[in-house]
Design a protein around this ligand. Structure first.
Ligand code: GLN
Length: 570
């Protein structure tokens, strides 16, 4: 059943999770990757998702969180966003796969007759398929970090866990490491951190033949030596393999917290590799900057109401990165666009800058249009992303071009003025999965524009995920009204970036720049936007600007409590 030992150079670290979900396995895996890169090793990361969807592209972000898009156009799990932000790994569709993909290829093979004569079974056929997908990453890097989605004990995860159990036999002990992320809850009434859930979770893993080598123990406080000793004893790991993963204020502190606990030393010892000492200066610098901001701004994100932290993960991080570039703290306020429709733009008075993110469907669109008009007229910095750009085009067409009923064909197929329309290549496509304009496309920037100045380049590449585009028939009218199309596809046929000339920062793009922002290299558009918001706030403080801004209203809007949808599934 087991494949023969192969001559594979790559060593594998498998990261599993126990006790509860949402412990930050993605962040932990990304931070391990960051630490190993700081030691000069080459790495890659892969996420294995036990659900049956072929990819998360058709899932509502209400349920699953953001859909992260790679350069090659794969719609993937949001953990790949963490991987790209923390490491220099180049990720593609091979870096994320699901049970759905595994079964899809097995059934295709079965129909083709590849298994003629066999009964196709979970072991060995499903597990072999999983192993094949994991091993396809081998040989190009020193270490592959593989994160298994879900929590140990889930029915769906079993074939994945069985596959990684087998891999230690296939590849040898020194080439495979198991790291288990677990929760140590503090029980206030007992004044004690409890280890029992961790013991149970490790037992569950051992029942299926996996003895974890290292435990990452999430807790709201540090673990003392006694507790580490107890966990080590009951879970059958070495004392210094019990890593205290205390809560941190800023996620970019995690690599250093792990390092101080000796995690990277332990990993290289177990995997029997020699490396230089890690160079952690850049992580220290980020943590220092995040802890000592010189200013503070509030950015309002106006979209659909939803209460899920993860729907806009990359956007959230990109705004934080923009803040790091200007040494300022960025507070995000999520505003339900339907609230703007009901209560009017007055509720925007407490924000310093407006961002309209990507999205699907017409719910709350009129509220977004009103918010953009408010930002345009009061000269509040505005940044539109994907749907945000399309709505900005509608707003300007209606208000400045006299096209009262201008709309996107997505929201009103009968509109007399479809200023945003379905792409030619999208007409007649009915299947929803993986059929949008997806992944990296080139864009040429107009010299002298704001986009050109922040990018400092004339040719860029950015990632897309949409079906609709600015309708070229209205380009001339929009330009006459003050719009500059500062980013176009190389053949001029597609609008990629638009700006409104008579405004300090009114910039919107058809692509998703948030996917390419990094803490060490904040994305130019987020850098530019945050800088402009800071200037706007400073001007407002001097009382030099438009109506309604003199005093910061105490907002009824809860911070970070409202999230939006980025998926046409909702
Ligand atoms: N719904 C729009 C489209 O499909 C925008 C998509 C998005 O914002 N990602 O074109």
């Amino acid at each position: 059943m087991n494949e023969p030992k192969r001559q594979i150079k790559t060593k594998f670290i498998f990261v599993t999770g126990g006790v509860v979900s949402s412990l930050g396995k993605g962040l932990a895996s990304a931070s391990i990757g960051a630490l190993l890169e700081c030691r000069g090793l080459t790495i890659t990361l892969q996420k294995l998702d036990p659900y049956i969807n072929v990819d998360p592209g058709t899932m509502s972000p209400f349920q699953h969180g953001e859909v992260f898009v790679t350069d090659d156009g794969a719609e993937t799990d949001l953990d790949l966003g963490h991987y790209e932000r923390f490491t220099s790994a180049k990720l593609t569709r091979r870096n994320n796969f699901t049970t759905g993909q595994v079964y899809d290829s097995i059934i295709t093979k079965e129909r083709r007759g590849d298994y003629l004569g066999c009964t196709v079974q979970v072991v060995p056929h499903v597990t072999d398929e999983i192993k094949g997908k994991i091993l396809s990453l081998a040989n190009n890097v020193d270490i592959a970090i593989i994160e298994i989605g879900g929590t140990v004990g889930d029915i769906e995860s079993l074939p994945f866990l069985e596959a990684i159990r087998q891999l230690r036999f296939d590849l040898g002990k020194e080439n495979v490491l198991y790291i288990h992320l677990t929760l140590l809850p503090y029980i206030a009434t007992a004044h004690e951190i409890k280890t029992k859930p961790t013991q149970h979770s490790v037992n569950k893993l051992r029942e299926i033949g996996i003895q974890p080598d290292i435990l990452l123990c999430r807790s709201d406080r540090p673990l003392n030596a006694d507790l580490k000793g107890k966990i080590a004893l009951f879970c059958n790991v070495e004392r210094d393999a019990v890593i205290s993963a205390e809560d941190v204020k800023c996620i970019y502190e995690v690599p250093m917290v792990f390092h101080r606990e000796g995690l990277d030393d332990k990993i290289i010892k177990y995997l029997n590799i020699w490396t230089r000492a890690p160079k952690l200066e850049q992580w220290e610098e980020i943590a220092r900057k995040a802890a000592n901001p010189k200013g503070e701004i509030t950015i309002g994100i106006v979209g659909k109401y939803v209460n899920l932290q993860d729907s806009y993960k990359s956007l959230h991080e990109a705004l934080i990165h923009g803040g790091l570039a200007s040494n300022c703290k960025v507070d995000l306020v999520y505003i339900d666009s339907e609230e703007v429709e009901k209560k009017g733009v007055g509720i925007l008075k407490s924000i310093d800058g407006l961002l309209i993110p990507g999205g699907f469907g017409n719910r709350g669109v009129e509220g977004k249009i009103a918010a953009i008009k408010y930002a345009r007229e009061t000269k509040m910095p505005f940044f539109g992303i994907c749907l945000g750009m399309q709505v900005a085009i509608i707003e300007i067409a209606r208000d400045l071009c006299g096209l009262k009923h201008a709309n996107s064909a997505e929201f009103d197929p009968e509109t007399p003025d479809p200023v945003v329309d379905i792409m030619e290549t999208q007409r007649g496509i009915n299947a929803k999965g993986g059929t949008m304009r997806l992944g990296a496309y080139p864009c040429v920037l107009k010299k002298g524009s704001k986009a050109h100045s922040v990018y400092g380049a004339t040719e860029i590449s950015e990632r897309h995920r949409h079906r609709f585009e600015v309708n070229n028939a209205y380009r001339a009218a929009l330009e006459k009204a003050g719009v500059e199309f500062s980013g176009l596809s190389p053949d001029d046929s597609l609008v990629e970036i638009m700006e409104y000339r008579h405004h300090p920062w009114f910039v919107a793009c058809q692509f998703h720049p948030e996917f390419k922002s990094r803490p060490m290299q904040p994305h130019p558009l987020f850098r530019g936007f945050v800088k402009s918001v800071l200037q706007h706030k400073a001007l407002a403080a001097k009382g030099q600007k438009g109506p309604g801004r003199a005093k910061k209203a105490s907002s009824a809007l809860p911070r970070r409590s409202r999230k939006l949808s980025l998926n046409e599934a909702d």
